[in-house]
Unconditional design. Structure first.
Length: 132
């Protein structure tokens, strides 16, 4: 498994409405989609930047993992997502190398992707997502 590129960088924010101003007005990026991912208890907003995306993550409930992250660490980089050809194959391969998986199988993520998370304790402290 060798990721082909950084698919997106996930950034935890308290409010997409507030945080989008920096990406739009300062960086001049265009917000092309806002999507709620109900089972993750998160609202997402996407900006394209070359081949990569910035994904803003706003919690939709107090028990969302993003709400907990904001409480502990404040707004900032939450995860890095790597593009792979086949998520299930890639998850099995990294697990065979000793990485703790948060998802044993790919599942539906935002923006039409199939995703699987790796535990930050197995990935040098950076919550990592594989996506296809
Ligand atoms: N990056 C690095 N470390 C993180 C982290 C993050 N984003 N989120 C939590 N941690 C660390 C915490 O600091 C904590 O470390 P210590 O044990 O050393 O204190 C540990 O992980 C457990 O954190 P927690 O807040 O007690 O536990 P959670 O219940 O929030 O679980 C995690 C953490 C990573 C297992 C959980 O957030 C998870 O399963 N994440 C994957 C799914 C996800 O993040 N979805 C939202 C994104 C939506 C999308 O892009 O589709």
């Amino acid at each position: 498994m060798k990721p082909s590129r950084i698919e997106h960088i996930g950034i935890a924010v308290k409010s997409i409405d507030e945080s989008r101003k920096y990406y739009e007005n300062v960086l001049g990026l265009e917000l092309y989609k806002i999507e709620e991912v109900a089972d993750q208890k998160v609202k997402t907003a996407f900006f394209k930047i070359g081949e990569t995306k910035i994904e803003l993550l706003e919690p939709t409930s107090e028990d969302s993992t993003i709400a907990k992250f904001l409480e502990k660490k404040g707004p900032g980089i939450h995860h890095i997502a790597y593009a792979v050809d086949n998520v299930n194959d890639a998850l099995a391969e990294v697990e065979s190398k000793g990485v703790q998986l948060l998802d044993k199988q790919g599942r539906k993520g935002a923006d039409g992707l199939t995703i699987g998370f790796l535990h930050p304790k197995s990935t040098e402290g950076v919550l990592s997502e594989l996506c296809q």
